[in-house]
Structure formats: C-alpha cells, structure tokens
Design a protein around this ligand. Structure first.
Ligand SMILES: *Cc1c(COP(=O)(O)O)cnc(C)c1O
Length: 292
C-alpha cells in the first residue's frame, strides 16, 4: 500500500551571473512528484503511511495551521490509500474555509479547531489521551510530519538523488528540520548541505536537527538570514522575485519556503560564498498549493 510517485526532472538554471561567479545551479523539481502529496511531504509521509497500515490503523490524526502544506498532503494521502483522516487545526474556524482546508475537507478529512493555547500543548500526554477518548484508535503524525519515519523517508530520497546527479552543495528550505535531517543522513560526507530557515529566530533549529542527524555527519549548516520577516511573512521584493523566476526560468516557487531559499542561494552566489567550479543543487520541496 503506497502512494503514487512520479519521477521528477532536474532543471538547470542558467544565467550570465552564475557563469561570472563560476558556478552551475540546478534544481531538483521534487514538487512534481505527486499532484497533491507533493515535494518533501511525500517522503515524510512514506514510512508513516507504511507503518500505520502495517499496524492496522484505519485513521490518521495530525496537526497544522490553516494554510499547512502538511495538512493538505496528509488529507490527500489518506484519501488515496482509503484511510480516515482527522486534522487538528490551530486557531478558530473561519468560514468560508480557505482553499487548503476546503481541499482537505473535500478529501474526507475531519477538521477540529483548537485554540492557540491548547494547540501549544498538543503533544503532551494528557492532550493525546483526550484525543484518544474523543476519536478512538489512531495513528498520530506530529505537526509538520516530522518524526523518525519521516527522516528515514527523506534519507532514502537523498541517497537516490546523489546517484542521479553530481553536486557539491545541496540547498533546501527548513521548517521543522525533519527534511534536512534526512537529507544530511542520506548523503555521503563530501556533500555540503545548507538549510535556509523560513522562520525568524531559527537559531534553535541546529540543535533540533542534531537530535535527528547521525552524529558523524558534520558537513551542514543552517542559514538564518533569509526569513523575510518570519514564517509566512513576505515582502514586495520577494513577490516580484517569484514572478521573475516564473518568467525567466519557468520555475514556480512558493512564498513561505522555496522562494526564500532560492533568493538566499542567488544572494550568496553574488557574495562569492561558493567556491568557483561548484555545482549547487537546489531542492524544490513543493508547497505550491499555498499559492492558490
Ligand atoms: C513543510 C515544508 C518545508 C519544511 O520541511 P521541514 O521538514 O519541516 O523542515 C519546506 N518546504 C516546503 C515546500 C514545505 O511544504
């Protein structure tokens, strides 16, 4: 029992500037791996779905904000595999539902809204117990989908990616850090991994990521300079960057994650951060549902 998967291309981004700085830039279009369970969320869910089915669970429960890519992906995945899904949503219900939540509902996800205060304590034993009293037996996937099974899925993806293309740097966007942890674990030690925090004050992320990463892996870093004011915050300049990427490279990006990372990489290239001759591989982690 597994999700459909579509093989994804690697696209070269060409510009005179990259030539001038002596680097080549590619992007792995993992956003195209599935129409609805897209990008990193596919890999984060893979082993969670397998485990849920192996253990005989019929229902998935997970958590997220009203625009969450993870809620969207989990609803689609559960629907494809014939599982029931319940989404615990942060904050009050606003009607009509936004596109993300309407889609989740359409895919059969039951939505429950909890206050921000209660949401903060969602992972506590007492909160889980009250969910069990309310919903019965379920397989729980944490907020953003990050757990050991998610890290394992991303690690598998990273190993396969390394066989597909030669590169020196892998750059990707970071939210909870689960995806980058898996990528670090799955790549050989020669590859350098750079994560771009989509959150403001993302300095705590490195310690969080270390809890998932094989201790011998040290060739990675988290850049916290390109959050554009914080999670889900944007600027006029970022919006026009997205338009420009679409027009010049036919590359669709989302405001919350991937656009900030691509901007960050372009900026670092101009600051001579990368050694001449480097091959820089960007990872498109998806998230385009948020644009609609
Ligand atoms: C969820 C998400 C991320 C962040 O992944 P983490 O594993 O939480 O770090 C990055 N990019 C996109 C498009 C996402 O939807």
């Amino acid at each position: 029992m597994s999700l459909k998967y579509f093989k994804t291309p690697i696209q070269e981004l060409k510009s005179q500037e990259f030539e001038q700085f002596g680097v080549r830039v590619y992007i792995k279009r993992e956003d195209l791996n599935h129409p609805f369970v897209s990008g990193n969320k596919w890999w984060k869910l893979k082993y969670n779905l397998q485990e849920a089915s192996r253990m005989g669970y019929q229902t998935l429960i997970t958590f997220g904000g009203a625009y969450s890519n993870h809620i969207f992906a989990t609803a689609a995945a559960a629907n494809e595999l014939g599982l029931k899904s319940i989404g615990i949503i942060r904050g009050e219900e606003t009607l009509p539902c936004n596109a993300t939540l309407s889609y989740a509902k359409e895919k059969g996800m039951e939505l429950y809204y909890i206050s921000r205060e209660v949401y903060r304590k969602k992972a506590a034993a007492a909160s889980i117990q009250s969910l069990q009293e309310k919903f019965g037996k379920f397989f729980l996937i944490p907020e953003g989908g990050t757990n050991e099974l998610a890290v394992r899925g991303c690690s598998e993806f990273a190993s396969a990616l390394e066989k597909e293309i030669d590169f020196n740097y892998l750059c990707l966007s970071v939210g909870t850090g689960g995806t980058i942890a898996g990528m670090i674990n799955g790549l050989t030690d020669q590859k350098k991994v750079i994560g771009f925090s989509s959150l403001k004050g993302g300095d705590f992320l490195s310690d969080e990521i270390k809890t998932w990463v094989t201790p011998t892996k040290i060739n990675w870093t988290i850049n916290t300079d390109y959050h554009f004011g914080g999670y889900a915050k944007s600027t006029v300049a970022l919006k026009s960057f997205i338009q420009e990427m679409k027009a010049t490279h036919q590359l669709p990006l989302d405001e919350v994650y991937t656009a900030k990372m691509v901007w960050g990489v372009f900026d670092l290239i101009q600051k001579n951060y990368f050694k001449r001759g480097s091959i820089i591989l960007l990872l498109h982690t998806g998230g385009l549902q948020g644009n609609y």
